[in-house]
Design a binder for this molecule. Sequence first.
Ligand code: PEP
Ligand code: MG
Length: 754
Amino acid sequence: MTPIKNAPRQMMRQLHEIMASADEAEIRLNKVVHLVATNMVAEVCSAYFIRGGDTLELFATEGLKAEAVHQTRLRVGEGLVGLVAATGSSLNLSNAQDHPKFVYRPETGEEIYKSMLAVPILRIGKVVGVLVVQNQVSRHYSEEEEEALQTIAMVLAELVVSGDLVKAQDKKDGVEDRATVTRYQGTVFAEGFAEGVVVMHEPKLEITQHLSEDYDLQLKKLEEGFNSLLEQLDEIMSAEDILHHGEHREILDVYKLFAMDKGWRRKIEDAIESGLTAEAAVEKIQVENRSKMMKTEDPYLRDRLSDLDDLANRLIRHLMGKAGTAADKALPKNAVVIANNMGPAELLDYDRDRLKAVILKEGAQTSHVAIVARALGIPMIGQINENILDLEDGAQIIVHGLDGEIYIDPPPEILESYRGTIAARAKLLARYDGMREKPVVTKDGVDIELVVNGGLSMDIDGMHRTGAAGVGLFRTEFQFMISKTLPRIRPQAEFYKSIIDAAEGKPVTFRTLDIGGDKEVSFLKRDNEENPALGWRAIRIALDRPALLRYQLRALITAAAGTTLRVMFPMITTVAEFKLAKSILEKELSRHRKNNRPIPEDVKVGTMLEVPSLVWQLDDLLPLVDFISIGSNDLMQFFYASDRENPKLSNRYDPLSPPSLKMLKHIIDKCNAFNKPLTLCGEIGGKTVSALALIAIGFRRLSLAPAAIGPVKMMIRSLNLSQAEEFIEELLSRSDPNIRAELRAFAKDQKVKI
Ligand code: PEP
Ligand code: MG
């Protein structure tokens, strides 16, 4: 067998002619296997394609018995061909029959062939078939031969794309085109249901044109593609937008190294010179790299494989002029966006009327993207341990945002049961709505105040809809995150005023800008930090850049003129920081007074309690504040030294366990002693079981996402608080950290609606 490297262009030209001809797909395929067998001096060349999701069928052969075509079938994973399909990597064997996976199919007459080279036929990274060459003598195929066969396999994938080959055969055989149902399980980040179509956030593109003889044009295109890829990588790195993409700087550094690697580029250029389009050349080299890296024992290199895959996909998107995310294009009207991860600003980029749900492969429940999803009422499921990034745009999908289930192409039975669940859910929501005017009071007569967390105008609608008593936490940074430039004072003031007006006299507590960590704003360049959650964020930025805080306070004072301004600061770590922040507020108030500008009737200044150090300064802090609001998301992240954004840690430490509840109880006791109002506004308050425990240890005011108000109110109205207090006291005295099950059992026994 002669390496085709000697005459690649000539063979590519012939391949081009065959593929571009008007012949039927099967005839073209027959010509290709003949061409391969002749050029590679192989006695056999056969093409297998996958049908019905898991069966490989022989579609064409040169050399094996003709009657085996459409007769020989193997399951994916069965035999050597099945092994290539299952693993997606090539096999190069000098004695195939010695391989433990070898199976003999008498109808093919292949017993006389010793050596075998088999490569996967891939379409958008998925195996759709296998291309095989065989020789009678025992020999090892060279690397060039393997690469050549991979190139041809890649071009053959076009026949599957057009649907002329496998689908046409299904039609001939009367096989119904019913897609296989796929079910995935994840964690619910934002509750709700959706029925829609898949839209990939960063789509993998289907290459439709593999061959080109205009080498200069393709080389120029490659040059431009590389330039815009490098520009994009620089932009991501300099914008410090890294967490938005769930990527770490380290990975991006590796990406850049790969992107600038001359060897990689040279190989792509060679592939173009052999007759491929720039995008097909990138894909070809990626298939080769993948196949080599899969064989390596080096775990570091194997880990880099997905980085390289991602980088190659990005380059292909640049080459095909489609570098942005799906938010930049017209969305179908019921889009379910699938992403590896995304930042809150990226989520806000989507057209909210058309976005019905978001599925993240990674993510964490207390991450800000999840908080924004809850604020927007968009169901979100994350932490899916399977590769959902291989899904294709346009597949039908249902999202069960209570159980965390996702179905792709669901059959009618599942669709029907899902619609039944939605109807039941609608009834439950109607019951919550029915409770809107009812007081939030326990069965034994203790009043609890429920307020909402918000950050967007629509949260005020949520407050009214649920009958909540006000806004306990208004995250002002959301407004900054959707803005490309620093919002000026007047529009800021107008926005805050619109919130105060919309609240119709109910209190709104504004939190000053809490940026940093995973909350990025485009106008503030930050250093690259090893630990952004512990870094330059929130009040730390505000105190170092006081102009930002001053302008925001000025806008808040203007907006609250004539009413009560309630304002609090995020991430206060020392009493001194609080004093400094408060003094800036006081200066702004005096400035207003001096300039005879209208000022608020009253000002209440508080702080978020999110850093454990502050718990041990309460004696000094409490006399200075008007109120305290616990941000349990951050407080628990620091208490347990457990990154709230890291999916690997999200179920590791339970905030609903004695150590954290004891800390919260200590805060409650202190606030009671100083007679200072206390609210808890983190996400744990939104779950009925944890809300039960929080109220039992003494919280009387919880700030929740609007969607959580109904369920928590229903729980409270069915609760006998004195019983719960006794129960929790006993639980807290235990050393066992797992009290969730006991709390559930208590709720069940006492008929508390959780
Ligand atoms: C918190 O940390 O609990 C909190 C409410 O603030 P955020 O989630 O915005 O950090
Ligand atoms: Mg916080």
